[in-house]
Design a protein around this ligand. Structure first.
Ligand code: RVP
Length: 493
């Protein structure tokens, strides 16, 4: 059959160059910025700012509520994966939202008619050391603590709570803030303050322990109500999940698709965006044209076609875009519309993360970097004397079989008949996410120092790249030595 091409095929071989992390380095510049003074605050979507612009990937071996809580407490953001049903996802969002709440809403209460023994057992079971005593219609009648109960337990077990409780209760109104609550606690030497409405009905509880815990995380990512922020991955056509997690208070929805430059995906993402309150980030894409198709409605654009450590998209489909070029192309368009860009995948070192920002990203997303931490799901396994955790692509056979490969599934995929675009693997066990984040952010801040930029916007303006040869790459790694002690932020593998 004749083709209608007007250009010779050989013209296709005049190809543009596309670069990735190892192809470039940041050019050092005159600086007065000490790494400690560098401020990494940046946006992940039009209305969500983070003090640490780092996201943990929406993968079933990376982000569930435990890692999402740890990330948000330290200023980053966890994105819950979509390999669970909608109810479970809502429960996971809830767990993050409740983790550091100033006002606890699900309060363990006692009834005045219960015996002290019953209340003692209940408090032990619920893991609390005190409880407001309320009437049947939730009016606050008193408060009881383990110390109030102790003398009664010694004299008899039939005593009712009303005899043991403190009935002059210090309460606070709904709009109490942490400082006022703490002042009340110090003034009255108490550890918990029930929150009440105008009719003295219980609406919540503030505890000293909760306030002190919040203080420890002073740069945490919090919403307007002071709750930790959380992101959720949504399949491109999953409006039900989107509506449910939006109602549960999710802050950013990530329309999660291996190739978001697809008309059906874009149409559906646009509808989802219009129907929810949360910001909606759409991805993944890797070209200027894709960015142009998204800037009209997306609150953020996620970039990455094939750079992931467990991703085989490029070899299976022959398609992809080296990540530094992909980020820069998308950022060219997105920045004109003031829409944040997230560089997703392929980041192995802190240096890669800050290079992605120099190329135009506002935040970075990492999978393998966090999969080995305690807070990621899955257990530690030992192979050849080294400890690992499982890490698998969401387009791997295992993830697709368990329902999580939504982003890679095609209509033609039957039950066991997949064309995977990812592998199942293991990643070295790393301990707590706290030290991993410390190293990642520390390295990024040092990069800002070398370029002489105090803030991320300034860094993006000042940063320039140089092209690195393969000899230059070799020179950049530890070379001609035998490493005797592992560094916490570098492994030659
Ligand atoms: P990495 O940090 O290099 O491990 O990459 C993580 C990213 O890889 C994810 O955020 C996602 O965009 C991508 N991914 C996840 N699963 C797969 C796959 O199976 N191909 N790819």
């Amino acid at each position: 059959m004749a083709t209608n091409r007007s250009e010779p095929f050989s013209e296709k071989l005049r190809v543009p160059e596309a670069l990735t992390f190892d192809d470039v380095l940041l050019r050092p510049k005159e600086s007065r910025v000490e790494p400690d003074d560098a401020d990494t605050a940046s946006r992940v979507s039009t209305s969500v700012e983070l003090s640490v612009p780092v996201l943990s990937a929406a993968m079933d071996t990376v982000t569930e509520s435990e890692l999402a809580i740890a990330m948000a407490r330290r200023g980053g953001l966890g994105v819950l994966h979509q390999n669970m049903d909608v109810e479970e996802t809502v429960a996971e969002v809830d767990r993050v939202k409740r983790a550091d709440e100033l006002v606890i809403r699900e309060v363990v209460t006692a009834s005045p008619k219960q015996t002290v023994r019953e209340v003692d057992a209940m408090m032990e079971e619920e893991g609390v050391s005190g409880a407001p005593v309320v009437s049947e219609d939730d009016e606050v009648l008193g408060i009881i603590s383990a110390t109030d109960i102790r003398p009664y337990l010694e004299v008899g077990d039939r005593d009712e709570v009303r005899e043991a409780m403190t009935d002059e209760v210090i309460t606070a109104p709904e709009d109490v803030d942490a400082r006022n609550a703490l002042e009340l606690m110090y003034e009255h030497k108490i550890e918990r303050v029930p929150i009440v409405d105008d009719g003295n009905h219980l609406t919540g509880l503030v505890t000293m322990q909760g306030i002190l815990q919040r203080r420890e995380y002073d740069s945490a990512a919090r919403d307007d109500e002071g709750r930790l922020r959380v992101g959720v991955a949504i399949g491109p056509f999953e409006s039900e999940r989107a509506t449910a997690v939006d109602a549960a208070g999710a802050d950013v929805l990530f329309i999660d698709c291996a190739h978001a430059h697809n008309r059906n995906v874009i149409e559906s993402a646009r509808e989802i965006e219009a129907s929810v309150e949360a910001d909606v980030v759409v991805g993944n894409v890797g070209t200027r044209e894709a960015a142009e198709a998204l800037v009209g409605f997306a609150d953020g654009i996620k970039v990455g076609i094939g750079p992931g450590s467990i991703c085989t998209t490029r070899v299976v489909t022959g398609t992809g875009m080296p990540q530094i070029t992909a980020v820069a192309q998308v950022a060219d368009v997105a920045s004109e519309h003031d829409i944040p860009v997230i560089a997703d995948g392929g980041i192995r070192y802190s240096g890669d993360a800050i290079k992605a920002i120099a190329a135009g990203a506002d935040a970075v997303m990492l999978g393998s970097y966090f999969a080995g931490t305690d807070e990621a799901p899955g257990r530690v396994v030992t192979m050849n004397g080294k400890r690992y955790k499982q890490y698998r692509g969401m387009g791997s056979v295992g993830a697709m079989q368990s329902g999580g490969g939504e982003r890679y599934l095609k209509d033609t995929d039957e039950d066991e008949d997949f064309v995977p675009e990812g592998v199942e693997a293991a990643t070295p066990y790393k301990g707590s996410v706290e030290s991993e984040l410390f190293q990642l952010v520390g390295g990024m801040k040092s990069g800002m120092g070398y370029v002489g930029a105090e803030t991320i916007p300034e860094f993006k303006r000042r940063a320039e790249f140089v092209r690195v040869s393969s000899a230059g790459q070799t020179e950049g790694h530890a070379h001609d030595v035998v490493i005797t002690d592992e560094a916490p932020n570098y492994s030659p593998d």
